[in-house]
Design a protein around this ligand. Sequence first.
Ligand SMILES: [Zn+2]
Length: 347
Amino acid sequence: MNEIQELEAILLRRVADSSEPREVLKSPEIKALYARIPALDPSERKEFGQQINALKQLLEQAVRDKESADEDAVSEPLDVTAPFGINGTLPALLPTDGGSVHPLRQEIAALIEIFGRMGFVAEESREIDDQYHMFETLNFPAGHPARDDYDTFMTIQKDGDGESLIAPAHTSTMQNRILRKYRDRLETGEPIAAIVPDRVFRNEDLDARHEHTFYQVEGVYVAKGVHAGMLIATLQKFLEEYYGKKLEVRVNPFYFPFTEPSFEFALSCPFCEGKDASCKVCSGEGWIELLGCGMIHPNVLRAADIDPNEYTGFAFGCGIDRLVMMKYGIEDVRHFESAKLDFLKQF
Ligand SMILES: [Zn+2]
């Protein structure tokens, strides 16, 4: 076996074993063969060159065969009805009746549908983000005391410099990206109208009303001439559609860095409408403080290169778990993440 045949065997083996077979075509051994041609006796050059070319062609064919075999392996259909678990036996925890969509996912689909009818598109949030999007773009500069209200989980930076990444404590972490993504619409007279219903995280002491992982829907609306009356009407319409009844709403001044003015938004208790002094949902007060909202702060618009003298907007953030708990009279937020099938099967 000559030298080129030996190399051929080695390189074919490499193609067969590689997940990136095309890389084998760039092997230094092949370059080294070509580099030797000028030093050869002129009578040997032609045959040697032909042997290298034949080797290359053989390898290229092997790479093409390997790539199409890999593709076939990937596109092999999966049999989702095949038995799983140990020896085809279902683990006791898994439902044997086919399961169902998680109640929070069902309710998120419902609220996407309601906001969709009002012209809002739905965007996903992230489960890890940087402090720039979580705080800076939202008018919480470094050291701002309101950052403490959003205590959440952080990553540790191994190299010691650079900021820690965080598990977002609100879906507002997407606000700057949404404003930038849709701001071209403003020039054509269309509003920016988006919601972000997704998972958020907090460092909480857990109890019936507090969970470390929960869901929030962020809403953003920007156009010319947007005012607080439109914010209140939008939220009231959404809540009436969601609960399927007329509701009274109440707005009190509040403080958030990213809205000015900011409001705490309350609605009349959908259960007792204020008529039951022993109502567990509203503690007999008849009102439920439900969400935070306000007019988007000019600095937040500026951070997305939108001129606050020309455009205004509103934003709101509402806990989805809370909405769902009130809708179905669920007494403990921890049920949602508990994987208790007797709870989940009711939906
Ligand atoms: Zn009530």
